[in-house]
Design a protein around this ligand. Structure first.
Ligand SMILES: Nc1ncnc2c1ncn2[C@@H]1O[C@H](COP(=O)(O)OP(=O)(O)O)[C@@H](O)[C@H]1O
Ligand SMILES: [Mg+2]
Length: 237
């Protein structure tokens, strides 16, 4: 087994609010890890901490052998990120935005890579539309594309499927399942339990910044336990 994420005693306080409270967790290569929790439980804060976007109050984060707390830029170079509720730059077209990301990610075959995503998520007809004029769903497609353009070994995605229609949700779910089968790792947060039930290999349940439960989905499936009943049990305990 190969660790790609190692979190030790991680805490983050905002004033009196303990958004993340003494979290320790390891994620191995090839997992599709789902971080589950009600709104305000700390999912977005954890993803920001793991990708060096904010500094913890205490604790450590190792991402693919890099200290994410002290080397945030290096960390972000090697991972893919889809932040929560983020939109691409209003003044660029969809295509310009993806080429821009290709430059930053030092991608050589940028035509091929961008074509792949416009085809895969079926938005070729929107290539030359300014991002400010795209629908929310199409902007979300762009955010998915930018995160995976450089084929990162590890991707962090925060509530990725919310603005997509069922057909596109299916595509992205299938893509993620296939992506981890190739030996990559995906860490994603959601409050939609059905999505986690369907595609995750491993889940963690978060309540008020504390990880109250982790499980392998194969074990839960074997025991015929639904994530929903577990979730409510754990959250109420
Ligand atoms: N920048 C911030 N300043 C103050 N409080 C924050 C900030 N970011 C998050 N919080 C608080 O931390 C808690 C966890 O928030 P968040 O990580 O966004 O949860 P989730 O993504 O699970 O909905 C919430 O109580 C939220 O209000
Ligand atoms: Mg959130």
């Amino acid at each position: 087994m190969e660790k790609v994420i190692s979190i030790k005693k991680l805490s983050k306080a905002f004033g009196n609010v303990k958004a993340v409270d003494n979290l320790s967790l390891e994620v191995q290569k090839g997992e599709l890890f789902g971080l589950l929790g009600p709104n305000g439980s700390g999912k977005t804060t954890i993803i920001k901490l793991l990708t060096g976007q904010i500094r913890p109050t205490s604790g450590s984060v190792d991402i693919l052998g890099i200290d994410a707390v002290n080397e945030p830029i290096k960390t972000r170079e090697i991972v893919g990120i889809i932040p929560e509720q983020e939109t691409p730059p209003s003044f660029l077209t969809a295509e310009e935005y993806l080429y821009f990301v290709c430059k930053i990610r030092k991608i050589i075959d940028s035509d091929k890579k961008t074509d792949y995503w416009f085809d895969m998520l079926e938005f070729n007809d929107q290539r030359r539309v300014l991002c400010k004029d795209l629908s929310r769903g199409t902007r979300q497609k762009l955010m998915v594309s930018q995160a995976f353009l450089h084929e990162p070994k590890l991707a962090f995605i925060d509530e990725p499927l919310i603005n997509l229609d069922p057909v596109m949700q299916r595509k992205v779910k299938d893509f993620l399942t296939g992506y981890v089968k190739k030996g990559n790792t995906v860490f994603f947060s959601t409050h939609v339990l059905e999505i986690a039930q369907e595609i995750c290999t491993e889940v963690g349940i978060l309540e008020k910044g504390r990880l109250v439960y982790t499980a392998r989905m194969s074990e839960l499936r074997k025991k015929k336990k639904s994530l929903e009943s577990l979730f409510f049990k754990k959250i109420r305990e």
